[in-house]
Design a protein around this ligand. Structure first.
Ligand code: SAH
Length: 197
């Protein structure tokens, strides 16, 4: 039997994106019930969030459903699909853990909620931005899953834009709110890869 690896990769990618939506669905409803006390969204946040959505979701989806831009198609095989699947599943696992740990403290942008508590336990003991680690894992899986260079690499560019424009600002916001508690937390953790970065 001849397996269509290109189609397999597309289906796995689609299922993982849907699973991501399922994981976020309830935490999103719950967190939204808690009022935002302070917001530190810089004007560029709208641009960077759009870049991230474009790269992680919209551009790959356009290729998956329409085949555009076909000029950048490339062959793909089972080993690549296996690696991409493993990376995306790892991302989803981490993503779920971060939502559980953050609970109603989560927001999709730079906001602090009423009675905001600093979370430093569980997955937040390992790194201080584990949700961004999860998004990086998502971003690096399409190059292995999708048989098109543009669809494959868009997530790295898109999420990379959001990440680098936001992470310093987020830490400044947390430091302004939690002071010494955050400085100490920052001193003993790395950003997204335990012990490395
Ligand atoms: N950067 C974190 C959280 C992303 S969600 C991660 O990658 O896991 C973004 C929001 O989470 C921020 O607006 C901030 O309000 C909140 N947040 C970030 N780190 C937090 C922490 N350690 N404890 C509590 N809330 C945090």
């Amino acid at each position: 039997m001849d397996i269509d690896w290109e189609l397999t990769g597309k289906i796995i990618w689609g299922l993982c994106v849907v699973a991501w939506g399922v994981i976020r669905f309830r935490p999103n409803i719950k967190a939204r019930k808690t009022k935002i006390a302070t917001t530190k969204r810089p004007p560029i946040e709208r641009f960077s969030m759009f870049a991230s959505q474009l790269g992680l979701g919209i551009i790959p989806a356009i290729w998956v459903f329409t085949g555009f831009p076909a000029a950048f198609d490339r062959p793909i095989g089972p080993v690549s699909i296996a690696i991409g699947t493993a990376l995306f599943l790892w991302s989803l696992y981490l993503f779920r853990k971060t939502h559980k740990a953050l609970g109603k403290m989560w927001s999709h942008s730079l906001d602090l909620r009423e009675d905001h508590k600093l979370v430093t336990r569980g997955i937040y003991e390992k790194v201080r931005h584990p949700m961004y680690s999860a998004f990086w894992l998502w971003a690096v899986s399409p190059p292995f899953l999708l048989a098109n260079w543009v669809a494959g690499l868009a997530g790295i560019v898109g999420f990379g834009t959001l990440y680098f424009l936001r992470v310093g600002q987020e830490e400044a916001m947390m430091e302004a709110e939690f002071g010494e508690e955050y400085s100490q937390y920052k001193a003993r953790t790395r950003r997204i890869i335990p012990g490395i970065y």
